[in-house]
Design a protein around this ligand. Structure first.
Ligand SMILES: [Zn+2]
Length: 68
């Protein structure tokens, strides 16, 4: 089982979620309840991907790549 190392790579503009992928297994997930600070930080994610530090329990695994 992969423990998932989540990387924030984009945002979903319509549903206000963060888009993440796992650096180990490539699965895609979303954070559907980002805080104001998390949302602001993710604004730059398409050009500047970074490791998600909010905890794996807040990530919802998605297929295909879109918000809820
Ligand atoms: Zn994984």
């Amino acid at each position: 089982m992969c423990k998932h190392k989540w990387i924030v790579y984009s945002t979903g503009l319509i549903n206000r979620c963060l888009m993440l992928y796992c650096n180990h297994c490539d699965v895609v997930g979303t954070v559907n309840n980002p805080t104001r600070g998390e949302w602001s930080q993710a604004f730059y994610a398409p050009r500047n991907q970074y490791t998600w530090k909010g905890g794996n329990d807040r990530v919802t695994i998605r297929h295909p790549k879109k918000c809820a």
